[in-house]
Design a protein around this ligand. Structure first.
Ligand code: GAP
Length: 449
C-alpha cells in the first residue's frame, strides 16, 4: 500500500469506528487538534494505565504527580522556553505560506515552495523566529500582569514541585516523579494526523540521581523504555529503533539524548523512522535554573556524605498520542478472506478498547438475547465487554475485527440446550465451542500477562 494511502485508510478507520475525530468537527475542525472518541478514549486510557502501573504503582522509587496545565511566566523564563523555544520560519513570497527554515534548508539556498512551487530565496526572504508557547490571560483584564502560559511539556510541573514532593514523601536519591498530562505547542508543521498536534499528552518521568550515576541511569532508562513498548504494548521490534542525538542536535540543557523511533508507515522521510519518545540526561540544568529564579533551595541532602547537592535528572519523555498512532499503525492489516477484503486491527490484548464482544445469533429470539446478556453480565466485571445485536453476525465480526476486539462470543439456538457458546479468535478466526461455566477459566488463560 502507498504511504499516503495508508495514512488516509487509518484516518478514515479512526473516524468511521470512533477512535479519533477532528476537534470541533461540525464547525469544520481545528488545525492539528483532535478528539478521541469512545474507542480511542479506551485505547489511550489503557496505554496510560499500563505506563502508570509499570512506573508508579509497581515501584517504590517513583511517585506520581498531577500538576496544573496553566503556569506562570517566571517558570518559562527559568526553563528557557520563552527565550529559546522557537521555530525559524520563512514566508513564501508568492503564496504567503510559512515553512520551517530547517526543512527548506535541506534543499539548498534557493528552495521551491512545497505548496505552490515558487522560488524562495532563503537569503532574501528574511527568516523570522516564532515562539511555540501558547499564551493566555487570567482574570478579566488582558494585560502583561495577567499573562500565563499553557505548559509546552509536563516536565516543568515536576520541577516546580520538586521541593513539595521531596518534603512530603521524604524520598532519597535516586528517585523519580512521574506525570501524565496535556501539553500545548503552537506547532507550525501540522499535517500528520496525531503525530504532531497543538494539544497533546505526554508521559514523563524525571528521575533524580547523583551526578556521577547519571550515565548509568541514562542507559538503564533507554533500555527499559525500549523494552516496555514491545512487552506491554506488543509493538513489533523491527518497527522500533534507538537513535542517539549528535552533539549538534542536543537541546541546550542536555548532556545526552536517545530517541526511541517508530517506523511510521505513512511517513515519507527517513524511511518512516520518527521520534516516539526521547530519553535525555538533562543534568542539573532545570533545578539549578529554577533555584536561581525562585530563590528557593532545590538541593537534596545526602546523609552519608553529609552534604547537599543539586541532583542530575534523567528524563524518559514519551508522547501518548504518538504511542496511540504507533500502536494503531503496527496493528493495522488488510487481508483477503474467501475473496473478500478483511481489515483487522491486531491490537495487543493489553490495549484493545474492548476485550470481548457478546452477540445473540438472532436478535428476535428472546431466549438467545437473555442468555447473551447473562454472559455479558458474567464477564463485564472482569473484562471490558460489549453486548451487541445491531447487525447480522457476519457484519458484527467484521466490525469487531476492524476495532481490534480479541474475542467474540456468539450465542446460538444450540446454546440453549447444550449450554455452550462459540468463541471466535480475532487473529486466527478459529471458532471453538466452550461451556458457559468454563468461560471465566477460558479467558483467564487467554488474558494471562
Ligand atoms: N520534556 C521533554 C520534551 O518535551 P520533546 O522531545 O519535545 O521533549 C517529548 O517531547 C515527546 O512528546 C516526543 O517524543 C513526542 O512523543 C511527544 N510530542 C512532542 N511534541 C509533540 C506534538 N506536537 N504532538 C504530539 N506529540 C508530541
Amino acid at each position: 500500500m502507498k504511504k499516503s494511502d495508508f495514512l488516509s485508510q487509518l484516518v478514515s478507520l479512526a473516524k468511521r469506528r470512533g477512535f479519533i475525530f477532528p476537534a470541533c468537527d461540525i464547525y469544520g475542525g481545528l488545525s492539528s487538534i483532535w478528539d478521541y472518541g469512545p474507542l480511542g478514549a479506551n485505547l489511550k486510557k489503557n496505554i496510560k494505565d499500563l505506563w502508570w502501573k509499570s512506573y508508579v504503582e509497581s515501584r517504590d522509587d517513583i511517585v506520581g504527580l498531577d500538576a496544573a496545565v496553566i503556569m506562570s511566566p517566571p517558570v518559562f523564563m527559568a526553563s528557557g522556553h520563552l527565550e529559546g523555544f522557537n521555530d525559524v520560519l520563512v514566508d513564501c513570497p508568492a503564496c504567503q505560506r510559512r515553512f520551517k527554515l530547517e526543512e527548506l534548508k535541506k534543499k539548498g539556498e534557493v528552495s521551491l515552495c512545497p505548496e505552490c512551487g515558487s522560488e524562495i530565496n532563503l537569503e532574501k526572504n528574511m527568516p523570522r523566529s516564532f515562539n511555540l508557547m501558547l499564551k493566555t490571560f487570567l482574570g478579566v483584564v488582558e494585560n502583561k500582569q495577567q499573562e500565563a502560559y499553557l505548559r509546552p511539556e509536563t516536565a516543568q510541573g515536576i520541577f516546580v514541585n520538586f521541593l513539595n514532593v521531596l518534603n512530603t514523601t521524604h524520598k532519597s536519591l535516586p528517585f523519580g516523579i512521574a506525570q501524565i498530562g496535556k501539553s500545548f505547542r503552537n506547532e507550525v508543521t501540522t499535517k500528520t494526523f496525531i503525530f504532531r498536534m497543538r494539544e497533546f499528552e505526554q508521559m514523563e518521568i524525571e528521575y533524580f540521581v547523583r551526578p556521577q550515576h547519571s550515565d548509568k541511569y541514562y542507559h538503564y532508562w533507554v533500555e527499559e523504555r525500549f523494552r516496555w513498548y514491545q512487552e506491554k504494548l506488543g509493538i513489533r521490534k523491527e518497527n522500533l529503533r534507538l537513535r542517539q542525538h549528535t552533539k549538534e542536535e542536543l537541546a541546550h540543557y542536555a548532556k545526552a539524548c536517545t530517541d526511541i523511533e517508530y517506523r511510521y508507515p505513512f511517513s515519507t522521510t527517513s524511511e518512516g523512522w520518527k521520534e516516539l519518545e526521547g530519553i535525555a540526561n538533562r543534568t542539573d540544568y532545570d533545578l539549578r535554573r529554577h533555584s536561581e529564579y525562585s530563590h528557593k533551595d532545590l538541593s537534596c541532602f545526602l546523609p552519608q556524605e553529609d552534604k547537599r547537592i543539586i541532583p542530575y535528572v534523567i528524563e524518559p519523555s514519551g508522547g501518548v498520542d504518538r504511542t496511540v498512532l504507533a500502536v494503531l499503525s503496527d496493528a493495522y492489516a488488510e487481508e483477503e478472506v474467501r475473496g473478500k477484503k478483511r481489515v483487522v486491527l491486531r491490537l495487543h490484548k493489553n490495549v484493545a478498547p474492548y476485550k470481548i464482544a457478546v452477540f445473540p445469533l438472532l436478535k428476535n429470539n428472546p431466549g438467545l438475547v437473555a442468555k447473551a446478556k447473562k454472559i455479558f453480565e458474567l464477564l463485564k466485571n472482569k473484562y471490558v465487554c460489549v453486548y451487541d445485536d445491531t447487525a447480522s453476525i457476519g457484519r458484527l465480526y467484521r466490525r469487531r475485527d476492524e476495532i481490534g476486539t480479541p474475542f467474540c462470543i456468539t450465542v446460538d439456538v444450540e446454546s440453549l440446550s447444550d449450554d455452550k457458546v462459540t468463541v471466535r479468535d480475532r487473529d486466527t478466526m478459529k471458532q471453538e465451542r466452550i461451556g458457559c461455566s468454563q468461560l471465566i477459566e477460558y479467558f483467564a488463560g487467554k488474558f494471562q500477562v
